[in-house]
Design a protein around this ligand. Structure first.
Ligand code: AMP
Ligand code: ZN
Ligand code: ZN
Length: 460
């Protein structure tokens, strides 16, 4: 009968709506342009960054974590932990307990042990039954805790940005789509080191990053992802100008036979030889007004850079713009980062847009550790213990996120689902009651038999 078919069709629509709601996952892409200082957007026209700010949110002052180097800060972004807690405390590390060394330029990068004091967000996402994709993010081609991202690219600095984007778009599309992606690009860090951030030659480098962001936006639009996906564009640190006049030569103050040098300027770990700690410390303590030497236990608590075996018994921190070397024979760069994370020049850019973010909203400040609970909220994941605070950044979002480990729906999606569900549900109840009463009163087939045969048929 026609009205019976109508109500059964309604049931199907209701089922399909409910299934597609379950499948609809909040999607998030986290992009890092290495070394993109917060104020680069004001230096040359950056129409793509501007569009994102107008369509979404901008945070003016983003305090990253000590030390302001690539590996520590990229791992902070995806764990919400300060370096002393996630364990990737520098680009170059030494662990005296296990007598192991790490260098971002060598194969030790692939030794998962260095990364396993924390769990990155892509792993947590996958443990919740979802899929992640990573294009070159530090640590993302390592089997951390035995788990790689669902899709990832082995690190290859010569792979063009455009290829990385195309891979991610593929992973975000289709029935097996990822819901979380990370994308890394080496510039403007590399040019910042080589040219110095004050060089006018940096202007076209920054303009090129804006073009690359434009490429990403166009590709997302073409794939129908732009309005569905939450996009965060940030960086690991800024960059400051160096000068040949600001070099501290450690050999002037202490014999290199007395210690092992770990990592590079501007924060250097010093491992004194057996029994030589006091001698090295007193030689360096008041040696130069442009450097501070801390015994490990004296490192200020607010640096969050003390409680880890990979932090050396002494650390040297030099003032902004200064370079510390053993002597002048080492390689010298015109720009660097790694300086104290309270310095504005070390702060990264932060813009974000998408269904979960507010529009045209500027926030004065945030900490990068807060990004992790924010991303967990967007992804509907229960955050692991972290140093961040969701409530500090919740104003970036359009609605109060749930703390439950479930998919966060945008207001429009949730109200749409509620309305469709209510209307169809009411119609179905009335419809089935109507058919049931009619069939019983007409004494045709037994009601249970009828409903079974009628429901089964359309599903076939
Ligand atoms: P930094 O000077 O601290 O900003 O380090 C930046 C450098 O880290 C880049 O120029 C790359 O050479 C290197 N790098 C970034 N990501 C990776 C990775 N996934 N694997 C290996 N090296 C990387
Ligand atoms: Zn970097
Ligand atoms: Zn760098």
């Amino acid at each position: 009968m026609p009205y019976q078919n109508f109500f059964l069709s309604c049931l199907l629509v209701l089922l399909q709506t409910s299934i597609s709601q379950q499948e609809e996952q909040s999607q998030l892409l986290l992009v890092s342009f290495d070394g993109f200082r917060w104020d680069y957007v004001n230096r040359v026209p950056t129409p793509n960054f501007r569009d994102l700010m107008n369509e979404g949110v901008q945070v003016e002052k983003v305090e990253n974590t000590y030390i302001t180097k690539t590996y520590p800060n990229h791992y902070t972004l995806v764990t919400g932990l300060h370096a002393e807690t996630h364990g990737v405390i520098a680009n170059e590390m030494y662990d005296p307990i296990h007598n192991k060394s790490f260098s971002m330029e060598g194969p030790s990068v692939y030794d998962a042990w260095w990364w396993e004091e924390a769990v990155p967000l892509w792993v947590t996402n996958q443990k919740a039954g979802k899929k992640s994709g990573a294009a070159m993010w530090p640590g993302s081609d390592v089997a951390i805790g035995g788990t790689y991202p669902t899709h990832y690219l082995s690190y290859n600095a010569s792979m063009p940005f455009e290829t990385r984007v195309e891979k991610l778009i593929d992973w975000f599309s289709g029935p097996e789509a990822i819901n979380f992606g990370v994308l890394y690009w080496e510039e403007p860090d590399e040019s910042g080191h080589n040219l110095g951030p004050e060089s006018p030659l940096m202007d076209p480098v920054i303009a090129d990053i804006d073009d690359k962001l434009g490429f990403l936006r166009e590709k997302l639009k073409a794939a129908g992802l732009y309005d569905k996906l939450n996009l965060i564009v940030t960086s690991d640190h800024g960059m400051t100008q160096l000068s040949h006049d600001k070099i501290i030569e450690l050999d002037t103050y202490v014999s290199r036979d007395l210690y092992t040098w770990v990592d590079k300027s501007p924060v250097v770990g010093i491992l004194p030889k057996e029994g030589k700690l006091e001698e090295v410390y007193s030689s360096l303590k008041n040696a130069n007004p442009n450097m501070v030497v801390y015994k490990k236990e004296e490192i200020p608590e607010h640096y969050h850079y003390r409680h880890n075996a990979r932090i050396m018994p002494l650390i040297i921190e030099v003032k902004e713009g200064w370079t510390v070397m053993q002597n002048r024979n080492g390689s010298f760069m015109l720009g660097n980062h790694g300086y104290n994370n309270s310095l504005p020049s070390m702060h990264p850019v932060f813009v974000a847009r998408g269904p979960t973010f507010r529009r045209e909203y500027t926030k004065a400040s945030m900490r990068t550790v807060d990004l992790y609970p924010l991303m967990c909220s967007i992804l509907g994941l229960k955050p692991l213990p972290n140093n961040g605070s969701l409530s500090s950044v919740q104003d970036l979002l359009v609605e109060t996120p749930t703390s439950k480990p479930e998919v966060l729906l945008t207001p429009r999606q949730s109200s749409y689902a509620w309305a469709v569900g209510s209307i169809l549900g009411t119609a179905l109840v009335i419809g089935f009651l109507f058919i049931f009463v009619q069939q019983v009163t007409q004494r045709q087939l037994p009601p249970l038999h009828l409903s079974n045969s009628e429901i089964t048929q359309p599903l076939l």
